[in-house]
Ligand binder design. Sequence first.
Ligand code: PEP
Ligand code: MN
Length: 426
Amino acid sequence: MTGEPTATERARVQALTARGAVAERTVVSIPRVGAEFGSSQTPDIKIGGRTVVIAAGPCAVENQETLLAAARAVRSAGAVMLRGGAFKPRTSPYTFQGLGAEAFDLLAEAREATGLAIVTEVLDPRHVDLVAQRADVLQVGARNMQNYALLAEVGRVERPVLLKRGFSATVDELLMAAEHVMANGNTRVILCERGIRTFETKTRNTLDVAAVPVLKRETHLPVFVDPSHAAGRAHLVIPLALAAIACGADGLLVEVHPNPAAARSDGEQSLTPRAFAALVRQVAGVASAVGRELDVGRLTPDESATPNESDNGASSPIHELADLDLPSLLDVLANVRDDIETVDREIISLLARRVALGRRAGRVKRVAGVPVVDPIQEHAVLDRARSLAEAAGLPYRDLAALLRGMIAITRRAQLNDAAVESPKPQ
Ligand code: PEP
Ligand code: MN
């Protein structure tokens, strides 16, 4: 049909996606899943609020072993959703098209094992109900952004929809595609910038970073960025991910494979688990620089104090580690070492805080005229070691030795201050 739109048609344009259509920005909530998240108290994953989230995993579901290894790696690094295509929209019909419906059992197993929510692509309107039953988020791929029959179908189900921008689509066309979904009743739409086709050949696509603030200004919908399909090369994924978060993206969709060289699709742009862990750390820094926080899926701050926390595979049952090949094991080891270094830094900065507090206590004591070294107080600190040791599952003797060392460092700083600050005898 041609012809100018009528006034009513014009008024309806982008009525549902427009920023002013609703009072607040849309925040898409996805319940956390899996045995680990059994409690009804567990907060949902929130997309579009203050927190930033990461969905990561292989381009395609290939087999049980690879999917579980990828899921565990991305979960322990800080992803809260697992991506993985069951149905793959490949440009060439002669390449791997995905495992199809068979992949859903593997995705369900990975979801149960890790608590990660599942995001997977639906290609065919006839599969929408099936995918909606098995996934937490339905992905509509770039090649299908203007498949109106598919958009209408995903508009009729309850599940959130991650709608990718077509590689030759304008921002308005993306918004119109979202209108198709929302006009059919499903308002839980997450927009996703994944790179557009330009004259540039150094990258697979050109990441339109400007689209992020444009979309955030024009709509109330959450905006994701997929740096992997934009880049096409693994070494470009981290910088693009950082740029995306810096300019306001609410989340990232990242391809990660335990062994990218062996991936059945998109290996060149897939990160190793180790590189992904680095991405998460850097993204967390940029998120906090722009006033946001990365949701890394920790249940409560206390959880990180338990010795059972998933720590990059180190606490995985030995048989699971035994399933990994040598390069993957070395990746796990490298991740664990990075995390140990991070923890050491945190411990040392906490120790510096303890010493600063001790020095302050020392000054207060001097002004009050009480002795700086107080054996009763030191005894009380050591006494607490027993209950602290029990709570942390650590041996009492070792923890007491550590506390004694901490007390000694603090005491030396206090005595030093006392020597410098007390008036010298005339
Ligand atoms: C994908 O995310 O698996 C994918 C095929 O991406 P796109 O639709 O953006 O090409
Ligand atoms: Mn891919």
